[in-house]
Design a protein around this ligand. Structure first.
Ligand code: URA
Length: 421
């Protein structure tokens, strides 16, 4: 093949053949298709789409660009993937909870980019904790603890790593077939037998509308099914931050509260809902709500953190500088926009602008009041933490118009909107 023929075919709206897809993904991974050619092809796909069978084949080719783990660990393996949100620390309580219920949870995770947080950035606020594990260490920890949250090993879906970096700088990220194949190639290569997807909808999510989120969920599920994975998706609300903590160390603290049987109701609800789906997918009948209340999930958490060099009882960082936003009038909080809070936490130093940037463990936003709750004039609504006080002005700009106080509470929609399978 010549790359230019594949580009022309997709440019003109043709369906690519299996052989064309296999060739172009493999040749790109090996450096035989140039970056500018793949950029043109990604744009043609962005504009003209791919059919379900093209998307499945594209995903298969990306899985085959690297290794596929075989997780023979003596228990059924199940993983969760969230499309990303604000205050979405659910992986932290969920992985140990599902392990405490009897499954093995290999949770290969990423870092934050833009306004959404990254699981590894959050866990790295625990002194000593290590994200980078070898495949042998992952397997050993799944056997001994039942849960592992770590960075994806470099051999998994290298085609996606290259292509994602290219899409990021060529305006070709927001395409359903490209997003779906990117996510699923990594999850299939990871080798779990079942997968539950948390597809976020709303201002703080990738997909702002229910229609687009449904389209993404269906594409993800369809790829999983075509690869023999037991897969289901929940569509969940991301118009308001999850829980009260948005940042890194603050989200670890909130997750530990949940693991100790407390914590915000929405975080508990989503953790238990996803745990139920994961356990059902591998045929385990334990009741996750009861296991969470029993403290067993906390025990697994402490072992999981220790196994990766962390000290689960070490004090966590909190930004040296604090700024409090107060209510100007009496009433009820009627809005708290996930995107505004996510951008504020990001500007305070919890997130990064470029992949290489460091993050501040102690930066973030505490949402002291959530929509539906009463407030009185002068009451603190938000606490901003950072080590770089110059960042506060930018965070306050992001929050302007991002919350509102009204005379009557506005009824909240459901957190779990629907299931796709
Ligand atoms: N996350 C991914 O892993 N890939 C995408 O394309 C978008 C989000």
């Amino acid at each position: 093949y010549a790359a230019v023929d594949v580009i022309r075919a997709k440019r003109d709206g043709a369906v690519l053949s299996d052989a064309q897809i296999d060739w172009v993904v493999d040749a790109y991974t090996r450096g035989l298709v140039a970056e500018e050619q793949m950029a043109a092809l990604a744009m043609a796909i962005f504009l003209n789409g791919m059919s379900a069978s093209e998307t499945a084949r594209w995903t298969r080719a990306m899985v085959r660009s690297g290794e596929r783990l075989s997780l023979d660990v003596g228990r059924p393996t199940v993983d969760k993937h969230s499309t990303g949100g604000v205050g979405d620390k659910i992986t932290l309580p969920l992985a140990p909870l599902v392990a405490a219920c009897g499954a093995a949870v290999p949770q290969l995770s990423g870092r934050g980019l833009g306004h959404t947080g990254g699981t590894l950035d959050k866990l790295e606020s625990i002194p000593g904790w290590r994200a980078q594990l070898s495949v042998d260490e992952v397997v050993a920890q799944l056997r001994s603890v039942g849960a592992v949250i770590c960075a994806a090993t470099s051999g998994l879906a290298p085609a996606d790593r290259k292509l994602y970096a290219l899409r990021d700088v060529t305006g070709t990220v927001e395409s359903v077939p490209l997003i779906a194949s990117s996510i699923m190639s990594k999850k299939i290569a990871e080798g779990a037998s079942a997968l539950v997807l948390d597809v976020k909808v709303g201002s703080g999510a990738f997909m702002k509308s229910l229609e687009r989120a449904r389209e993404l969920a269906s594409a993800l599920v369809s790829i999983g099914v075509s690869h023999g994975l037991a897969v289901r998706a929940l569509l969940t609300d991301m118009s308001v931050p999850l829980g009260r903590a948005v940042g890194n160390a603050v989200e670890v603290e909130e997750s530990v509260e949940v693991l100790r049987g407390g914590g915000p109701a929405d975080v508990v609800e989503l953790t238990v809902a996803l745990a139920r789906e994961m356990l059902a997918a591998v045929g385990i009948s334990a009741d996750p709500a009861a296991v969470l209340a029993s403290g067993e999930a906390y025990e697994v958490w402490a072992r999981m953190i220790r196994a990766q060099g962390g000290d689960p009882s070490a004090p966590l960082a909190r930004g040296a500088h604090r700024h409090v936003v107060v209510a100007e009038e009496d009433g009820y909080l009627t809005a708290l926009d996930a995107y505004a809070v996510g951008v504020a936490a990001w500007r305070l130093g919890a997130g990064r602008a470029r992949k290489e940037d460091p993050v501040q463990a102690g930066a973030g936003v505490l949402c002291l009041v959530k929509p539906g709750e009463p407030v009185s004039a002068g009451q603190p609504l938000l606490e901003l933490y950072t080590d770089t006080p110059d960042a506060v002005a930018g965070a306050l700009d992001a929050l302007a118009g991002g919350y509102a106080v009204g005379e009557a509470p506005v009824p909240a929609g459901p957190l779990v909107i629907s299931t796709v399978q």
